[in-house]
Write a protein that binds this ligand. Structure first.
Ligand code: SAH
Length: 194
């Protein structure tokens, strides 16, 4: 497929997720934080994910600098990547909507935080991370470049594996038995699987 179409599709995904997130980010600025588990390492890994999913792909889309690392893929795989954008966007939207004021970009609990166990959270504990996994799996299928394609998998993968255990520990500290019972009933990323 013409790489321009694929590049435009990736930029549209990026813009759409930013639009989905922006009202939540704006509103939740007013939250009063009561438990803050941000560490310098987590901040660094967040920056790494932003680099791999945003900045490096943008450099690839807008400049020829990374073209030495291009590869070719069959069109079927490129189309699969584009199709994966659909569940990515839906889960991204749904998880923000269900978390509402409880969403934050880093590990923190706000004043009057509520434990969400309904909506998409009834089926899995980390739908937003499922959405982002789908994104970074689709990224090398759509951006056929070793650096821009795989930057997301590396950046988000590192963040996820550091963060998910810490996040569950924080939720247990805040919600105790209610979160333990919720953990018993749900898987992390894929309903009934893992
Ligand atoms: N891991 C979740 C949420 C990501 S946003 C997901 O992938 O969908 C990260 C913030 O969401 C955390 O700092 C925590 O405060 C909050 N959070 C995570 N799970 C939650 C839940 N079930 N109910 C309420 N808040 C939650």
């Amino acid at each position: 497929m013409n790489p321009i179409i694929l590049k435009v599709a990736f930029v549209l995904l990026y813009v759409a997720t930013s639009i989905i997130r922006s009202p939540h980010a704006k509103r939740n600025k007013q939250n009063i934080i009561t438990l803050d588990k941000k560490t310098p390492l987590e901040k660094g890994l967040l920056a790494g994910a932003f680099l791999g999913m945003g900045i490096i792909p943008l450099v690839y889309v807008l400049t020829p600098f990374l073209n030495f690392a291009n590869y070719e893929l069959p069109m079927g795989l490129q189309i699969l990547g584009l199709i994966l954008f659909i569940p990515t966007l839906w889960l991204f939207y749904r998880s923000h909507k269900d978390l509402g004021q409880n969403w934050s970009v880093s590990l923190e609990v706000r004043e009057s935080h509520t434990l969400i166990t309904n909506g998409i959270y009834k089926h899995i504990r980390h739908p937003m991370y499922t959405s982002i996994w789908l994104w970074v799996i689709a990224q090398p299928l759509v951006l056929n470049n070793y650096i821009a394609g795989f930057g997301g998998l590396i950046g988000f993968g590192l963040l996820y594996f550091l963060r998910v255990g810490q996040e569950e520990k924080m939720m247990l500290q805040e919600f105790g038995e209610a979160y333990e019972a919720y953990k018993q009933k749900t898987k992390r990323l894929v309903p009934g699987l893992f």
